[in-house]
Ligand binder design. Structure first.
Ligand code: FEO
Length: 166
């Protein structure tokens, strides 16, 4: 049985994960327009992973006999001031998600909810990985942005990404 406060907070996190996916999908459309299909692919893969994160929480709430309540999303941003700005926005967004996971963990600890603490540990580790990747991508993009050759190579690299590699 989930505490009502925990259930509500987990439902909000489903929305945050899916909204992250919506934002990354919007970034993919930006790269499609910029004629960088590899970059678009990597953001699309990232969007799919956010849906998986949301579904992990969905399944957990159901397993704990709780109720899933879905909410709407805000219209995601559609324009950025260049490629580097997109990757700065991704890093900033992942840092925000990390803080949301930390808030969930704080609540689970306050409620002495050991099962949810255990469940959330996967997300704690995932956010370490997400921030690490966001830093790495930002570093690569900053190095490549002024060279058409490097940008082409990076677009090719991102074009071959599939789920579990991003
Ligand atoms: Fe599910 Fe990228 O945080």
């Amino acid at each position: 049985m989930l505490d009502k406060r925990m259930e509500e907070a987990l439902n909000k996190q489903i929305n945050a994960e899916l909204a992250s996916g919506y934002l990354y999908l919007s970034m993919a459309t930006y790269f499609e327009d910029e004629d960088l299909p590899g970059f678009a692919n990597s953001l699309r893969v990232h969007a799919e992973e956010e849906l998986e994160h949301g579904m992990k929480i969905y399944d957990y709430i159901i397993r704990k006999n709780g109720s899933v309540v879905l909410e709407g999303f805000e219209t995601p941003e559609r324009q950025w001031d260049g490629i580097v700005a997109v990757y700065e926005a991704i890093l900033e967004h992942e840092e925000l998600v990390t803080s949301l996971i930390n808030d969930l963990m704080d609540l689970a600890e306050e409620l002495n909810d050991h099962a949810t603490i255990q469940f959330l540990l996967w997300f704690v580790e995932e956010q370490v990985e997400e921030e690490e990747l966001a830093h790495e991508d930002l570093r690569k993009v900053r190095m490549a942005v002024d060279s058409r050759h490097l940008l082409y190579e990076l677009d090719k690299e991102y074009g071959s990404l599939t789920s579990n590699e991003e």
